[in-house]
Design a protein around this ligand. Structure first.
Ligand SMILES: Cc1cc2nc3c(=O)[nH]c(=O)nc-3n(C[C@H](O)[C@H](O)[C@H](O)COP(=O)(O)OP(=O)(O)OC[C@H]3O[C@@H](n4cnc5c(N)ncnc54)[C@H](O)[C@@H]3O)c2cc1C
Length: 459
């Protein structure tokens, strides 16, 4: 990670050099036209690829605010998933095309200081593609969210991936034995896996060395991954769940809590009463094949958790998947209890517990409805894993309600109004275009659509 952290002087020199390079028309020859792609993650590279295939005369400059390319593939995809990270070989191949240039350390913002503005880029290029991903995160807006020990999965992932923004963040995992992850998507499972996997198994990956050292000293023995709704609504994929169930030395328990049968309600300590015959049937009778396979795996894991099957194994750590739990607040550790920061009554100090309200599914199964029963789960760490958020760029319309750039087929629209017209020469791709969902490969079609719009507008 330290290799990526530059002295301010060095980075300002780089920005000036990049600015000069972008200003020059050296990359274009007769008949050539120029596209600037902001963001060198999968969306940036797949859009570039489709443009290069669609036009022999195009010249593509890819900019990134970071010194090195590949976005979340480098700084998000878990270090123990090299088969996903290998896609960087494909991106490197695209970057080697003589028509492509990459400029790192160039932040696109309002044009002040060391930044370049979107308007500057639009003046210099035939087309500008915003492929800046989603670098913010959703907050829960609950009391105590500012306590030490409460953080976002995004920050934690960036830290263990060696992201330059987090190189000196530090994370002391040696102080508490329980962590809670709020959210049940694949990122939540990544966090749980990295926290519980034997550090020796991570040592051969490209995990940041500081993170590996912190994991070696970690006192965490139990990671509880919580979701507001039930097992059939969980966002994680079967592949990630299966991987979690096979970790050496880690027991994976499933707490179904309140189940699909709204009449039957179990508690966190009463797994035996948690699942009715009807819910079991619903779990394995799901029509959709991938969902059914996931339900069957969850059911098997649940049966093992309540002692109804499976092979007894020795374990060093435990991951608990807990459903029907909605966080309502974070409580400070005893020593800090009652401590107030004086800013609107916000609680100060170190995290001691998360308070949950138990839920049951609404009749249509779409939302979680609080039951009025509360429980307090002591823990020293809590990671929000409830989604990433794209940030607004100066001079670019942003639909704050949907947290998205308004667009149609990759063309950025003048406003969020359905009747708005496209802004000439301005496009978007990837998570910046469709919001933070989908895997690396989802960006292929997305990049192709944006490139097709650019090529059509050029024709
Ligand atoms: C934690 C995590 C784990 C994941 N794991 C997997 C996985 O295992 N398998 C899988 O298939 N998918 C995974 N994904 C999803 C995958 O990473 C995304 O689908 C993909 O990275 C989105 O591509 P993107 O190019 O839109 O955004 P990003 O990959 O985020 O790239 C955006 C780029 O834009 C740059 N940028 C941002 N703002 C600016 C600016 N103002 N100026 C200049 N540059 C800027 C950023 O530095 C970044 O390099 C994961 C996602 C996360 C968050």
């Amino acid at each position: 990670a330290d290799d990526h952290t530059m002295a301010p002087g060095a980075s300002s020199m780089l920005v000036r050099a990049a600015r000069r390079a972008l200003a020059s028309s050296a990359a274009t020859g007769g008949g050539a036209w120029r596209v600037c792609i902001v963001g060198s993650g999968p969306a940036g590279f797949y859009t570039a690829d489709a443009l290069l295939k669609g036009s022999p005369d195009v010249r593509v400059d890819i900019l990134d605010r970071l010194p090195v390319p590949f976005g979340l593939v480098r700084y998000g995809v878990a270090p123990d998933h090299p088969e996903v990270k290998n896609v960087t070989e494909r991106f490197t191949g695209i970057a080697r095309d003589a028509r492509v240039r990459f400029a790192g350390n160039v932040r696109v913002a309002d044009g002040a200081g060391l930044t370049v503005s979107v308007d500057e880029l639009r003046a210099r290029y035939d087309a500008v593609v915003l492929a800046c991903g989603a670098d913010g995160d959703r907050a829960l807006r609950l009391p105590g969210e500012g306590l030490r020990g409460v953080s976002s999965a995004r920050e934690f992932v960036a830290w263990y991936s060696g992201h330059p923004d987090c190189a000196r963040a530090g994370w002391d995992l040696s102080r508490h034995d329980t962590a809670i992850v709020i959210g049940q998507g694949n990122v939540a499972l990544d966090v749980a896996r990295v926290l519980t996997k034997r550090p020796a198994e991570l040592a051969s990956t490209d995990i940041a060395s500081e993170a590996l050292a912190a994991l070696e000293r970690s006192a965490i023995r139990r990671v509880i991954v919580t979701g507001r709704r039930g097992p059939l609504q969980a966002a994680f994929t079967t592949k990630e769940l299966r991987e979690l169930s096979k970790l050496d030395g880690v027991r994976l328990s499933v707490l179904l809590g309140c189940n699909a049968d709204a009449g039957s309600h179990g508690t966190a300590d009463d797994e035996g009463g948690a699942l009715s015959e009807r819910a079991l049937a619903a779990l394995s009778g799901e029509a959709d094949r991938p969902r059914r396979r996931q339900a069957e795996l969850l059911r098997k894991l649940w049966l093992e958790s309540v002692g109804g099957g499976g092979v007894a194994r020795q374990f060093e750590r435990e991951i608990v998947l807990a459903f029907h739990m909605q966080p309502v607040g974070f409580e400070p550790a005893g020593v800090d209890a009652g401590a107030r920061a004086g800013n609107g009554g916000e609680v100060a100090g170190e995290l001691g517990a998360v308070r949950f309200e138990r839920t049951q599914l609404s009749p249509d199964g779409r939302s979680a409805v609080g039951t009025g029963e509360y429980e307090r789960t002591p823990c020293g760490y809590a990671f929000r894993s409830i989604g990433y958020l794209p940030s607004a760029l100066p001079g670019v319309p942003f639909d704050a309600r949907r947290s998205l750039v308004p667009s149609a087929h990759g063309r950025v629209l003048g406003s969020a109004d359905a009747a708005a017209m496209p802004l000439p020469g301005l496009y978007c791709s990837g998570w910046y275009k469709r919001g933070p969902s989908g895997v690396v490969l989802s960006n292929i079609g997305d990049g192709a659509e944006t490139a097709a719009a650019i090529l059509a507008d050029r024709a």
